[in-house]
Design a protein around this ligand. Structure first.
Ligand code: ADP
Ligand code: MG
Length: 577
């Protein structure tokens, strides 16, 4: 085939592929344009995850009537004049490709009125072609509506996830901008429901309260502006009592641009070393300000990655700012806690498993009656009920955490929580497969307040949650009222358990699956916790139930439920052989 220069239509489609990946990318570009236009109020609406509609309205400077068509031309921008400007970019946009790209793959209606002009303009495009233009009366500002995204690029459409997942991505994006543009009033509606609204007070803390709720906001530590080497760092970070399963809540902004930087997130995690349980991550909102010429934002079409001219200095300053704030609150010098032992000590003390529900053990006296009496020693030929675990005779409890038992082959130490988790997990699974998880009504319904992303997910899954024993009703905004919970779940743990389930679901690769993770979370929260004194009956009952499980040797997280010391091992320890 001879070499040919591609037609402008093909070129714009290719470019669109780079900039516009999903509805959240459309929201990002339109939101950035509204911010660049100096808007103080920005309203975002989406329908069906943004696939059917994304609408962004602002009260910014507007587009002059004679430039409206030009705004949709490729490489048309009012933000950059010369190549030198590239090295001192102060605006979020500068490539002049967003509107052209969006218009190429959707149906766009833009209505705008420039400040200082008498009337506004409305223009309609489809697949990049202008269909209609008219004068329009409207207040200054701009509204862009994007409908039927990817209608002409079916391959792209196929790659989109469920509406709920896409809406979640949009909520996460808008939340991030809301944090860093705290002086602007931002709102997001999804399918007509208000997902988030900020007040525009200018305070990051206020936005954090709006997004995460007061409980979480109270566990945050402020980083007052910290300047070194011409780099200023400020923000809010979580106290060690608050942590997450992933780095999703480490939000970084460079010159008020939300960026992704894995190595910088990692550096921040390092500043927390030994303060967090292993595998857990802090919640961080950090804003870096540095001279524009020290940051290259032009390395990716989506402008989500940046390159620092002085990367090492940036990392050092960020780590120092985080560590200084942590040390002020936690006088133990962070750096001097010795590595592994302190880490494992912290893990034991602060692991989320420490949040176990105080559920009474089901004691069934009839069953206990059948069992081997406490005093009777076990004989090796004792029948083994499931054939998987030997019959065990309970001897006592250690540290209110481990049950000591004697079995045919020697001594067994049972982790009471892990063992009960296994029991609960198999029970819950059976219930789930049948009538649904047994539930109980709360005398006082518990109100929970969620982050916007979580609220979207929860709202979409209220029905599915009934089978897991939760009856939850929307209570306006991101607040929900929990009326029924799985039997044995303490009211005080409802919010944590739901939070973990949502977190796990958000992490799920394919759309949204509660299934196993939900059961694991529930088994953990309804199992007897470590540190609880158990009566001999309760211990015997627990051991009997463990014997009847299908996989008695591990808890659903994969930790061992019991360790075995053989007769021979004991004899060796005492030099008997
Ligand atoms: P860029 O933001 O990189 O300049 P865009 O394609 O996003 O490119 O926008 C093209 C131009 O249209 C902008 O430079 C700006 O002049 C104008 N524009 C777009 N959206 C808005 C808006 N919401 N308010 C005012 N002007 C806008
Ligand atoms: Mg732009």
């Amino acid at each position: 085939m001879p070499i040919r220069i591609l037609s402008p239509e093909v070129v714009v489609r290719i470019a669109a592929g780079e900039v516009i990946e999903r509805p959240a990318s459309v929201v990002k570009e339109l939101l950035e344009n509204a911010i660049d236009a100096g808007a103080s109020e920005i309203a975002i609406e989406i329908a069906q995850g943004g696939r059917r509609l994304v609408r962004v309205s602002d009260n910014g400077c507007g587009i002059p009537a004679n430039e409206v068509e030009l705004a949709f031309a490729r490489h048309a921008t009012s933000k950059l004049r010369s190549a030198e400007d590239l090295y001192r970019i102060q605006t979020l946009g500068f490539r002049g490709e967003a509107l052209a790209s969006i218009a190429a793959v959707s149906r766009v209606t833009l209505s705008t009125r420039a400040v200082g002009e008498e009337a506004g303009t409305l223009i309609r495009l489809e697949g990049g072609r202008i269909l209609h233009r008219e004068g329009q009366g409207r207040p200054p500002g701009t509204t862009v509506a994007v409908e039927n995204l990817f209608f002409n690029t079916p391959a792209r459409l196929k790659f989109l996830r469920s509406d709920t997942t896409e809406a979640g991505q949009v909520a996460r994006l808008v939340s991030s901008y809301a944090l860093i543009y705290a002086e602007k009033r931002l709102s997001l509606e999804s399918n007509g429901r208000l997902v988030l609204r900020t007040l525009g007070t200018g305070s990051l803390y206020d936005v954090l309260v709006t997004l995460y709720g007061l409980d979480i906001a109270e566990q945050l530590i402020e980083i007052p502006p910290f300047t070194e080497e011409g780099i200023t760092v400020s923000g809010q970070i979580s106290a060690p009592s608050l942590h997450r399963a992933n780095r999703r809540d480490i939000l970084l902004f460079v010159n008020r641009r939300w960026i992704q930087d894995t190595s910088l997130s990692y550096a921040i995690g390092e500043a927390y070393r030994t303060l967090l349980p292993q595998g857990r991550h802090p919640l961080v909102v950090l804003s870096l300000t540095l001279p524009p010429e020290d940051v290259d934002v032009n390395i990716h079409p989506t402008k989500q990655e940046v390159r620092f001219r002085r990367q090492r200095e940036v990392f050092t300053v960020v780590q120092r700012a985080v560590r200084t704030a942590l040390m002020r609150q936690y006088p133990v010098p962070v750096a001097q806690i010795p590595g592994p032992s302190a880490a494992s000590r912290l893990r034991a003390g602060q692991d989320w498993r420490a949040l176990f529900a105080q559920a009474p053990l089901p004691v069934n006296p009839e069953e206990v009656g059948h069992r081997v009496p406490l005093e009777a020693p076990l004989r090796a030929e004792e029948p083994q009920p499931s054939g998987r675990l030997p019959m065990l005779r309970v001897v006592g409890q250690i540290a209110q955490t481990y049950i000591v038992a004697e079995g045919p082959g020697g001594m067994y130490l049972i982790d009471q929580h892990a063992a009960h988790e296994r029991i609960r997990y198999e029970e819950l699974r059976a219930q789930r497969a049948g009538q649904g998880v047994a539930s109980q009504e709360l005398l006082d319904p518990v109100a929970i307040e969620l982050a916007p992303q979580q609220a979207v997910l929860l709202e979409a899954n209220l029905q599915a949650l009934l089978a897991y024993g939760f009856e939850i009703i929307p209570f306006g905004g991101n607040t929900f009222l929990v009326k029924r919970v799985p039997a044995g779940l303490a009211p005080g743990d409802v919010s944590t358990a739901l939070g973990e389930m949502l977190e796990a679901a958000l992490e799920g690769k394919e759309g949204f699956s509660w299934e196993d993770q939900a059961l694991i979370t529930l088994s953990c929260h309804t199992a007897v916790r470590a540190g609880k004194a158990l009566s001999p009956e309760e211990m015997r009952d627990l051991v009997r139930q463990l014997e009847r499980t299908a996989l008695p040797h591990t808890c659903p997280h994969g930790r061992p439920t019991l360790v075995h010391f053989s007769q021979a091992q004991l004899e060796r320890q005492f030099d008997r052989r």
